[in-house]
Design a protein around this ligand. Structure first.
Ligand code: ATR
Length: 280
């Protein structure tokens, strides 16, 4: 029967995760399935209890359940505990284990696109947004060795709350979106983590870009569309850009490794995923 895998969320709509994991299974030479399971928040507790009895080997869990799943698990990995959110669940040795691969997947995708970043962890990083995605990325950047991070958010109190989670050796600043808009050139890496600019609101951008960004890496985790208005503006101002679909791919790759213990060669999959997204 092989691996019984899936994704729980609500609503799920059209998800690319089945395509990604079916590719991984094929490349790893493993038998298995990856299905979508919509579970409404008001029936989460009963739903998840029943789901755990279905023989599922492992699953991803997404919005709005990443925090709600925690009390239903036996072991929480350190990164998931720090982030207060789980995106990957694995059933091993009679126990349910929770992990979070979002942030580490993001950092891996960034390093693959721009390997020089591995030696530039002392540069100033700007995170735009302070929601769940920002939190995962913030902690993964700290884990990867970045020490100077500014969080700018529409609601400054959320940015402040996130900043307080940093260890003492990090210099974390909190700012408003308006303030950082005039200082974008002061950062070496700018990461857009909010949903602003996501289809259908494709003309929206979290901040306007009015300065030259030569040598600055600008990344957007939105991947529908692939080239968001924010990335278009960054490119027009000479930034090096990083698309959001690779975060999706690498968080999935780490999840797959947790479930199967297998490392797979993902060569070419980012380009295939890009073609699918461009065709949608
Ligand atoms: P996720 O878990 O996917 O990160 P979230 O927790 O709802 O989603 O966070 C969304 C982020 O996008 C937040 O930082 C939010 O800002 P607020 O904290 O002020 O709500 C930000 N965001 C959403 N819509 C926005 C908009 N129109 N302008 C600026 N920021 C926005």
């Amino acid at each position: 029967m092989g691996y019984q895998l899936g994704l729980i969320g609500y609503p799920l709509g059209h998800s690319l995760s089945p395509w990604i994991h079916k590719n991984f299974l094929k490349r790893a030479g493993l038998k298995g399935t990856y299905e979508l399971y919509e579970l409404a928040p008001d029936s989460f507790t009963e739903g998840i209890q029943a789901f755990k009895q279905t023989g599922i080997t492992g699953f991803n869990i997404t919005v709005p359940h990443k925090e709600m799943i925690i009390p239903h698990l036996d072991v929480i990995a350190p990164e998931a505990r720090t982030m207060g959110a789980v995106n990957t669940v694995s059933y091993k040795d009679g126990k349910w284990h929770g992990y979070n691969t979002d942030g580490s997947g993001y950092v891996r995708s960034l390093y693959l696109a721009y390997p020089e970043l591995k030696k530039k962890q002392d540069q100033q990083v700007l995170i735009l947004g302070a929601g769940g995605a920002a939190r995962g990325i913030f902690h993964a950047l700290i884990q990867a060795g970045f020490t100077k991070i500014t969080i700018a958010n529409r609601t400054t109190t959320s940015a402040q709350k996130l900043a307080e989670e940093a260890p003492l050796q990090c210099e974390v600043f909190v700012s408003t979106l308006a303030e950082v808009e005039n200082q974008l050139a002061n950062y070496g890496l700018i990461i857009q983590t909010s949903s602003v600019g996501m289809s259908p609101n494709v003309s929206e951008s979290i901040v306007e870009i009015n300065v030259d960004l030569t040598d600055i890496i600008v990344s957007d985790i939105v991947y529908k569309p692939l080239k968001t208005a924010f990335l278009q503006a960054a490119e027009a101002h000479n930034a090096k850009i990083c698309y959001g679909h690779t975060m999706l791919l690498y968080q999935a790759l780490y999840a797959f490794e947790i479930w199967t213990g297998q490392e797979i060669d993902e060569t070419g999959l980012a380009d295939e995923l890009q073609s699918i997204l461009e065709g949608e």
